[in-house]
Design a protein around this ligand. Structure first.
Ligand code: FAD
Ligand code: MLT
Ligand code: ZN
Length: 465
């Protein structure tokens, strides 16, 4: 049933009538995810402007038993930021208006920021103060820091600075029972009990609505250099990347990998040439950064590995650097245009990646002959993104199941950095035993006793009694 007029009026009294969206045409953009694969219906989209409005909305929804789906930039890739199904008793709570950036110089090495601020907005503000965030994603123009914390996002620099969890030094959050937890003091040390922020980070909007964060910042790297390298095996890519990571002068901060067929397919779709001649089974993209020009050290280490390198392109700061990065950063968008693909985001032991890709491609060939398995990812994190094109809808679950089972058999995890969302909750049991899922449910019960926050996300449905 649509939300009743009295409740809509009360919600408008909290956030202002312009920020209660019921018009289906405007709501539509909030009801479908970035991939176009997940969609649902919301009784309204609510756009609170601050902590007090967010807390009042959560409390009112709690009293009326209305589900709330927190949404930031809606760039998530597992369907967690949109309503689960056609139920009208769910609203989307968009945080985009909660956008502000505190003084980057107020506490050295930290910044306070509203949860609805986009990563790009934060990067620009920090850049002016000679700082940056340790996490960077290609979705930076839309992804919000609240969404990034809620998914414990990773991206290109995890190998040097960790995931989003490692950047968070404080949170302000409205829990499902309406309580506000605010830990925004910016203390470097605090062992006074349970780490609530560690639980909320990565909880995909199922425990609380983040309204503000305190994040670590790092010194802006003054000089950067990139190289893209064609190699025959993923093991060779690992060896070169590890060589760079061990060299003190190189300052390796990103090591990305892309399968050869994926570069060929996406370059053709973009109407652009691959970065160098020849066909290579894998491409490694590395970025080094520091206060001195990292290019000479990078070139020296690559020279030491010349026997493994089939082709390469190197660049310091400038247009060529962006063009090399575009071969990696534009993959998601280009593959989305060619698909939508079945998207899986897995992590594996480094030594297992090569055999896993071979086994996955063979299993896929048996299930859906002719389907294409595109692969790219964050190499030294052991994080591969599988994007499978050409899978009919009725074979999708079988393909996901086969690839996720292979992942677990190889000692990996079914969710590396995108979360579980709606896409993978039925597969959670592959990596979390029943006892752990039961502990998850108890944590959920403690933070959100009425289960109003993001129903149908992350946790599998309980088994029938
Ligand atoms: P949304 O999509 O709006 O929401 C994601 C989840 O967080 C949902 O479960 C939602 O309910 C919850 N949520 C959102 N805001 C809040 C809040 N304030 N409080 C509580 N819960 C909240 N991800 C990576 O990890 N690494 C990458 O390299 C990467 N690259 C990407 C590149 C592209 C081109 C695209 C489209 C996506 C990419 N992503 C990547 C995925 C995505 O950008 C991240 O998951 C990002 O963290 C989502 O942020 P968002 O603001 O868009 O969140
Ligand atoms: C990336 O690394 O580019 C992202 O996580 C997005 C994706 O997997 O498509
Ligand atoms: Zn990624």
């Amino acid at each position: 049933m649509p939300l009743d007029a009295g409740l809509l009026g009360d919600l408008a009294g909290i956030v202002g009538p312009h920020h209660v969206i019921v018009d289906p045409a405007i709501r539509a953009g909030y009801e479908v995810d970035w991939t176009g694969r997940f969609r649902g219906r919301a009784g309204a989209v609510l756009r609170p402007g601050d902590l007090a409005e967010t807390a009042a909305v959560v409390e009112l929804c709690r009293q009326h038993g209305i589900g709330l789906v927190p949404q930031g930039g809606n760039t998530g890739l597992v369907g967690g930021g949109v309503p689960a199904d056609a139920a009208y008793d769910v609203v989307v709570l968009s945080t985009r208006r909660i956008s502000w950036i505190g003084d980057p110089d107020a506490v050295p090495g930290q910044v306070a920021v509203g949860a609805g601020t986009t990563l790009a907005e934060l990067q620009r503000a920090l850049g002016r103060a000679g700082a940056e965030l340790g996490v960077d994603l290609a979705s930076r123009d839309s992804a919000t820091v609240g969404g990034m914390a809620a998914t414990n996002a990773g991206g290109m620099r995890v190998m040097s600075h960790g995931t989003m969890r490692a950047q968070v030094t404080g949170i302000e959050v409205v829990l499902g029972d309406g309580r506000i937890v605010s830990q925004m003091r910016g203390l470097s040390k605090d062992t006074s009990g349970y780490d609530l922020s560690g639980l909320v980070v990565g909880s995909e909007g199922t425990l609380g609505v983040l309204t503000a964060l305190r994040l670590k910042t790092i010194q802006l790297a003054e000089r950067r250099a990139v190289a893209m390298i064609g190699v025959a095996t993923i093991e060779a890519a690992v060896e070169i990347a590890l060589g760079l990571s061990r060299d003190r002068d190189a300052g390796l901060r990103a090591a990305e990998v892309v399968r050869g067929a994926t570069i060929e397919r996406t370059c053709a779709a973009r109407g652009t040439a691959p970065p160098y001649e020849g066909r290579h089974d894998w491409h490694l993209l590395v970025e080094c950064a520091g206060n001195l020009d990292p290019l000479p050290a990078m070139a020296r280490v690559l020279g030491d590995h010349a026997g493994l390198i089939g082709g390469s392109a190197l660049a310091g700061e400038g247009r060529q650097l962006s063009e090399i990065w575009a071969h990696r950063e534009r993959l998601t968008e280009v593959l989305a245009r060619l698909g939508p693909p079945r998207k899986l985001d897995v992590s594996l032991p480094l030594a297992a990646m090569g055999a896993f890709v071979e086994g996955g491609a063979a299993a896929l060939g048996r299930l859906v002959p002719g389907a294409e398995m595109h692969v790219f990812g964050h190499l030294l994190d052991g994080n591969l993104h599988l994007n499978v094109l050409g899978v009919p809808d009725d074979a999708g679950e079988a393909v996901d199941g086969a690839l996720l089972r292979l992942t677990v058999d190889a000692g990996g995890s079914i969710g590396a950095e995108h979360g579980i969302g709606r896409a993978k909750r039925q597969w959670l049991h592959l990596v979390r035993p029943p006892d752990e899922i039961e502990v998850f449910r108890r944590v959920k019960q403690a933070f959100d006793p009425e289960g109003i926050l993001n129903p149908g996300c992350l946790l599998p449905d309980p088994l029938p009694a």
